[in-house]
Design a protein around this ligand. Sequence first.
Ligand SMILES: [Zn+2]
Length: 342
Amino acid sequence: MQGQLAVAYGALIHQMWSGKHSVVVPRELKSLIGKFEPRFNGYNQQDSQELLAFLLDGLHEDLNLITNKPYIEEKDADGRPDSVVADEAWEAYQQRNDSIIVDNMHGQLKSTVVCPECSKVSIKFDPFCFLSVPLPSTERSTRSRENKVQISECFDLFTREEELGEHDLWYCPQCKEHRQASKKLDLWKLPDTLIVHLKRFQYTRWFREKLDFPVEFPVRGFDLTDRVLEKSGQQYVYDLIAISDHSGGLGGGHYTAIGLNKGKWYNFNDSYASDLGDLPDVKSSRQAYMLFYQRRGTNGYNSPRKCNGNGPATNGTPPSNGATGEAASTNGAMDVGTSADM
Ligand SMILES: [Zn+2]
């Protein structure tokens, strides 16, 4: 996308935070996204998680300091300690991906697959940007619409061992056969800005539905330390900073957002923004679709990036003149981050 998405996004953020407008229409960004990804053209209802995934991936690639991605062969864990294999996988990932998005928003999942025939264990560490957690739905006939789900139940389900489906077989390198293996995911390390995607939309071959029962989640002090396998003595405690809400059903729903600014919560609904006052420490919501958490003690962007100063940079252009949005040059990796004063 040759930096176009980052420039348009930077300009929008600059415009939004200029204090000059009560309403900003993101026309340019919207049409640019549609140009690169035609399914986002027009005015059909879209999935906010899919849109955000596209946007974050596009921003990452626009801001990626690595221009020539080296080919890196994936190595087998081969019984080596998890921490060694995880670090190796992360370093390999960073040799191909180096951006403010990776620094702040990407974490690492551990996946363990076991062959039911020969018991071969395959362990991999994969980066992620969204933690897409399932909602308990198998017992939906007994679960009343009023029955609250705790977000911890969603995390339990996410890390539960499961048998792969018949159409989702795993190729066992030892048996040299496709097997219906068991698979388990674990959180290895979490990013400073954590996006939890509640999988409310269920699509199967036979039906589509939206699970709209309330989910209860912490607004302050979401402690995930015990769920993170990387034991570095660090605490993983998060505070909520925003919510993407979806109300209504599958076809004709409506998206709104809740966001925190300078300690106050606001609701954003098309061209209206309203003050929500304070939120309780724990919130229950039927609409919450994506939850945005910031790790306590971090501020939304990590220490200055290489390109913001003495930078090396693989693409070598010096930083542009000042941090104004208009100056978002093709190299303008920092303009997005610094003007997003959230
Ligand atoms: Zn096997």
